[in-house]
Design a protein around this ligand. Sequence first.
Ligand SMILES: Cc1cc2nc3c(=O)[nH]c(=O)nc-3n(C[C@H](O)[C@H](O)[C@H](O)COP(=O)(O)OP(=O)(O)OC[C@H]3O[C@@H](n4cnc5c(N)ncnc54)[C@H](O)[C@@H]3O)c2cc1C
Length: 345
Amino acid sequence: MGARGWVGFSWPKEFGGSDGGIIEQTILKEEMALARAPPLGTSFMGLAWVGPGIMQYGTRAQKKKFIPDILDSKVVWCTGYSEPNHGSDLASIQCKAVLEGDEYVVNGQKIWTTGAAFAQWIILLTRTRFDVAVKHQGITCLLVPMDAPGIEVRPIENMASDRHFAEVFFTDVRVPMENRLGEEGDGWKVTVSALANERSSIGEVTHMFGKLDTLKELVKKTNIQGRPAAKDPRVRRTIAMFEAKIAAMKYNGLRYLTKQLKGEPLTSETSVNKLHRASLEIEMDDFAVALTGQAGLQLRGGDEAVDGGSWAKASLNWPNVVIGGGTPNIQRNIIAERILGLPKD
Ligand SMILES: Cc1cc2nc3c(=O)[nH]c(=O)nc-3n(C[C@H](O)[C@H](O)[C@H](O)COP(=O)(O)OP(=O)(O)OC[C@H]3O[C@@H](n4cnc5c(N)ncnc54)[C@H](O)[C@@H]3O)c2cc1C
């Protein structure tokens, strides 16, 4: 698929894409999902927001260096934004970068960094100035190789016993100035666009339709008190509600597409689908677990595990889509203040 230029279909041909349209790319993704094919490319973050960020703010040298490797799935990226006391309040980050000659020297800590244990590069938010009037100023975005001396990764185990994310410690890590993404002090601008892309990718619906199909198959093979679950009015109503919610997300997503086609950047509106996806994933996973009774609680490896324990696992992994990319409260604040024009929280 990479060789055909399908992975970054709408990205510039010069860097390995296809110069294609966004609509064609969307259709391609939909068809891939309908065929239950794996996602296009393996560097999820690279494709969803690091690559688009580099194309928007990167130098020509950075585009040539990083974009082809993202498309070829040669390099996996992780995202170093959150810190122990600064998750929702991201603009207050403290990880420090000091310019010494033509290198930044980075000291500080990140947390909840998904994929840090296996990623080769990190997109890192640092503070280059502390004497600022507004906390959103003085932030600088750096692109850092994970094997740079002074980086230590300590994986964190989640409640589903997975080790997806980690704490990352930086001690005198030297980063060449040419690895700065955007101007010094412009890191917040770079991040706002990356977060919009992250939220829009989390809010994508193609995956949700596939998940609903799997859920319908589960319903068809399940009995409730000796009767087919597929005949139970409550079950049917719930499935119809999921279908309606996903359709609403799809049409809302098409509004984003229209905006992109007009050449307008995506911003706060991506919080709407991010918020919907969060609640919908929880409702679907919990519904599947409840439907299948005790067997539904068994994780992978259990003798009676339903669908290989994937529903039980998913219901324990809800923070991925609910908290990752920003919590529901924060999405609601964004929608209230920036879209509906309500007073500040
Ligand atoms: C599975 C997972 C993967 C993640 N991956 C990454 C990653 O790859 N890179 C990365 O940088 N980060 C990552 N994160 C971190 C994530 O972005 C933060 O956890 C999230 O933004 C919340 O920040 P916090 O944990 O500091 O919680 P807090 O900000 O301390 O929030 C705690 C609670 O307070 C509420 N709250 C906070 N502020 C407000 C407010 N102003 N109004 C109303 N309510 C408020 C929140 O909604 C939440 O309920 C990941 C998190 C998870 C769970």
